[in-house]
Design a protein around this ligand. Structure first.
Ligand code: URA
Length: 213
């Protein structure tokens, strides 16, 4: 389901929705959460990479020659917004093993909810690549918008944002800051609570995937 006004695509595929429900359940273990995240990220990757363009090359099948489609242009770049982005990154990389990978380290100041940058390492030639920024939770949108600022500062012009869950507040913030960056998500939830957590959500994605709480 794509909303043309917000550039938001919610992946309503039943497998995505089923896996997401299992991930939301508080009783789901770290190991199962991680496995589900890997599986769901591959399904979401299928949607977020839809605009990739193809060219053709001549190949020999066992029966004949044919012009067959292959991906065109430079390898795409994945940018993980640390640390939770790494959970999405692993699954997407299994599907697109030759992608270039960058990392943006931002943590959220728990009082101001504003992002603070502590790391940034991005692939070269971003201006010639499709760049997919990944972070499971689009909450306030402050970190995501700041990460996209950094990616654009390196020359990227063709950027998409991939998340597992989005809050309306985060979608609005991204639309305001980066209306040219389409968002692909597994679900659009109700709202943020006073601590900036997505409701109903799934809790702290980093803690749940790394077992840190
Ligand atoms: N980050 C998370 O991990 N969970 C939320 O609900 C919001 C931000």
């Amino acid at each position: 389901m794509t909303d043309p006004n917000t550039h938001l695509t919610v992946v309503t595929h039943p497998l995505v929705q089923h896996k997401l429900t299992l991930m939301r359940e508080a009783s789901t273990s770290t190991a199962v959460f991680r496995q589900l995240l890997r599986e769901i990220s591959q399904l979401l990757a299928y949607e977020v990479t839809r605009p990739l363009t193809t060219t053709t090359k001549v190949i020999d099948t066992p029966l004949t020659q044919m012009e067959a489609p292959v991906l065109a242009g430079k390898k795409l770049a994945l940018v993980s917004i640390l640390r939770a982005g790494n959970g999405l990154l692993d699954g997407v990389l299994e599907l697109i093993p030759s992608a270039r990978v960058g990392f943006v380290g931002l943590y959220r100041d728990e009082e101001t909810l504003q992002p603070v940058q502590y790391y940034c390492k991005l692939p070269e030639n971003l201006s010639q690549r499709l760049v997919i920024a990944v972070d499971p939770m689009l909450a306030t949108g402050n970190s995501s918008a700041a990460a996209i600022d950094l990616i654009k500062a390196q020359g990227a012009t063709n950027i998409r944002f991939l998340c597992l869950l989005a809050a309306p507040e985060g979608v609005a913030r991204m639309k305001e800051a980066h209306p040219d960056v389409p968002i692909v998500t597994g679900a659009l939830d109700s709202h943020l609570n006073e601590k900036g957590y997505i409701v109903p959500g799934l809790g702290d994605a980093g803690d749940r995937m790394f077992g840190t709480k």
